[in-house]
Design a protein around this ligand. Structure first.
Ligand code: ZN
Length: 487
């Protein structure tokens, strides 16, 4: 690495306007034999599809060469198309049998200075910048082939990888993307002072605060991560290091490929780099690259808002692990439960004999059972075909809370019917108190609706406490009151 003193005369680095950023990812037409390679073509859709919902790969193989940061060796990286559900895999072309490593959080090995993944004895270092570029530019499936143990560092930013992806082109595939929808706030904290909070959002957003020692170079940026936004605002931001952190590494010769051409060095108040700062707040922008790259190891697109304070690879990886755990829990929860039918419950036909409601307003699939005279549990499976999802909301289906209240009222009515032992009287919904909506309900959820009679006055009035439960968590609750009238 060049010594810092040698370039101090270059500093302080003035900020130059960014080169004009034009986002032109060649979107490849699968029908055109001139643009798509034969290999990639066979992976493709037959008709154009709304892109954001579908998986994408690169249109053809593209490559670039450069220096590996840690060894200083020359390395060539080739980006190849891959089929649906393949994900991102790194391939070590330089090793016998050319082993591949899945870019998955389970394969995370170390997070010191950079993110390293591995399987068995095989390692790939410094994967975060290329993973960030692939994720943000919309590539879900690709093989990243290298003839060394890390990608070329380029200029220390994600720009070379964005250029590579644009060279290869991006194209839609026939399978839908997998998303991780943030349903409730999650957070991780690290001893370093790093704090990452993840909040529900229908977009992928990052709000990041970065601060150096003694809060020097405190910077903040908040934005939605889109291909255009990433390319123009984030990708050019270079790695920055603190001189006191890299000095021992330079002495041990651990960053042979490091130079002021691929990193900004901060020494005291001085900012040392070969090229002037690309943004006044270049550091926080680079932190956002690292967050996107590390969270790409979750293997799903995140719909949520990451609020990051002084983030680092360790905290980013911790959040990625928490997301993967939550995803595993959700997958386990969504397996169908054994639901009893017969004497203890009521099937759909019996429910419809009691309730006058019909499609699309019947909100009870089946009664699972009664507990004594006072309690009932019923279920309603929520599918994407529910009519209300068409408008609530387009592209982000969430069950309206009022429909959950309706479901509770219908289930409570069945309980009251059982109580009055007659269908000649009909219960009218009088009031709803203490209504609380605690968590969103999504397509694929099964709602367990519980109702308990808490007060009854003869055959004229009844009060019930009701809950909607999804995955063992209360999603909504209400106290509902009914009055009875002759039909
Ligand atoms: Zn980085």
């Amino acid at each position: 690495m060049e010594t810092a003193q040698a370039v101090e005369s270059l500093m302080p680095a003035p900020t130059t306007p960014l080169k004009q950023c034009v986002n032109e990812i060649p979107l490849i037409d699968p029908h055109s034999s001139t643009t798509a390679g034969h290999e990639a073509k066979s992976l493709l859709v037959k008709t154009p599809m709304p892109a954001p919902e579908f998986q994408h790969t690169v249109g053809k193989t593209a490559s670039f060469s450069g220096t590996a940061l840690h060894t200083g060796d020359k390395v060539t990286l080739k980006l190849h198309p891959a089929p649906v559900d393949h994900g991102i895999k790194f391939k070590r072309k330089d090793l016998q049998d050319e082993p591949t490593i899945d870019a998955k959080i389970e394969n995370l090995k170390t997070v010191e200075r950079a993110t390293t993944i591995g399987e068995g004895p095989v390692r790939v270092h410094t994967v975060e910048h290329i993973l960030a570029a692939l994720s943000a530019m919309g590539v879900d499936n690709a093989i990243v082939e290298m003839d060394a143990n890390e990608p070329p560092i380029g200029d220390g930013s994600a720009q070379p990888y964005v250029d590579l992806i644009k060279k290869a082109g991006v194209m839609a595939q026939e399978q839908r993307r997998k998303f991780f929808d943030v349903r409730e706030p999650m957070h991780v904290e690290a001893k370093t002072g790093a704090l990452l909070v993840l909040l529900p959002d229908d977009k992928f957003r990052i709000s990041c605060t970065q601060a150096g020692p003694n809060n020097r170079f405190a910077q903040f940026l908040s934005m939605e991560i889109t291909p255009t936004g990433f390319e123009c605002e984030i990708a050019p931001a270079r790695t920055f290091v603190y001189y006191e952190d890299v000095e021992p590494l330079m002495e041990k010769n651990l960053i042979k490929g490091g130079s002021l051409e691929n990193a900004i060095v901060v020494r005291g108040e001085a900012v040392l780099s070969k090229e002037p700062l690309r943004f006044p707040d270049e550091f926080v922008r680079h932190k956002i690259i690292d967050i996107i790259g590390d969270l790409a190891l979750v293997g799903r697109r995140i719909r949520g808002h990451v609020v990051a304070v002084k983030p680092g690879h360790a905290a980013n990886a911790e959040l990625a692990r928490a997301l993967a755990r939550e995803q595993t829990r959700r997958s386990a929860m969504s397996t169908p439960r054994a639901i009893p039918i017969g004497d203890s419950g009521l099937d759909t036909g019996e429910v419809m004999n009691i309730l006058p409601h019909r499609y699309p307003f019947l909100m009870v699939d089946r009664v699972i059972g009664f507990e004594g005279e006072n309690k009932i549990t019923a279920i309603k499976s929520i599918t994407i075909n529910e009519p209300f999802f068409q408008g609530h909301f387009p592209g982000h289906p969430v069950m309206p809370g009022v429909m959950q209240v309706e479901a509770m009222a219908q289930v409570a009515s069945i309980l009251l019917f059982k109580l009055t032992k007659t269908s000649s009287r009909v219960g009218y919904f009088m009031s709803a108190d203490q209504v609380k909506f605690r968590k969103p309900v999504f397509p694929g959820d099964t709602i367990f609706i519980h109702a308990e009679l808490t007060r009854a006055r003869g055959n004229r009035m009844a009060k019930t406490k009701c809950y909607c439960v999804v995955n063992d968590a209360i999603v909504s609750e209400a106290e509902l009151m009914f009055t009875f009238l002759d039909k």
